[in-house]
Design a protein around this ligand. Structure first.
Ligand SMILES: [Zn+2]
Length: 190
């Protein structure tokens, strides 16, 4: 199996097992070069990330044209917009992990801690609510992720990106952990 497809399947299973996604939610992708062409391996729509096989992973080109059978995630254009704007990014994980998503539905922001690279602002960046699967979400997310590796999508979830899809998965887990810690701290301080 192509190593990139393998890493997409592994990361999908990992984020499911770590309870960052459940049911058929969430999506994972990685980019690789085939000759000179950018190819994106992405999880399919309407399938649990817990049990994906090689044949479930959909390959598309950078403009979203299918290179294999299957229907890619409904957020495929969000992934493509991010890859187009970030040459240094080859892996993307999108989750609705409960604590981070809870923050996204509230007026509280997730504090930026060490581990997110250079600390620029006090809180993780947020994108105002845009309809899932829309081109406004795709372009808004790509723009906000210009200088960032994590984005909170208001009333929706989070996106984590990295040089590899494994890195993006680790970052998605880290975001959930700090959201959980921040939540617990808030309750204890009440
Ligand atoms: Zn979503």
């Amino acid at each position: 199996m192509n190593n990139i497809i393998k890493s997409v399947i592994e990361t999908s299973k990992y984020v499911f097992e770590r309870k960052l996604v459940s049911g058929k939610a969430g999506n994972v992708s990685a980019r690789f070069k085939n000759e000179d062409m950018d190819v994106i391996a992405i999880t399919p729509t309407l399938k649990s990330l817990n049990r994906l096989n090689e044949s479930d992973i959909v390959l598309v080109d950078i403009n979203g044209k299918n290179l294999t059978k299957g229907k890619p995630s409904s957020e495929v254009f969000m992934h493509l917009a991010i890859y187009k704007s970030r040459n240094d990014v080859d892996g993307i994980v999108h989750t609705h992990s409960p604590y981070a998503t809870g923050f996204s539905f509230s007026n509280e922001k997730i504090k930026r801690l060490e581990g997110f690279g250079a600390i620029k602002t006090e809180y993780l960046p947020e994108l105002k609510y845009e309809k899932p699967g829309s081109s406004d979400l795709a372009h808004g997310a790509a723009e906000k992720l210009g200088q960032e590796d994590v984005l909170v999508l208001k009333n929706h979830g989070i996106i984590a990106i990295g040089e590899t899809v494994h890195e993006a998965g680790d970052l998605a887990e880290f975001v959930e952990e700090i959201a959980k810690t921040q939540y617990i701290t808030k309750i204890l301080n009440k």
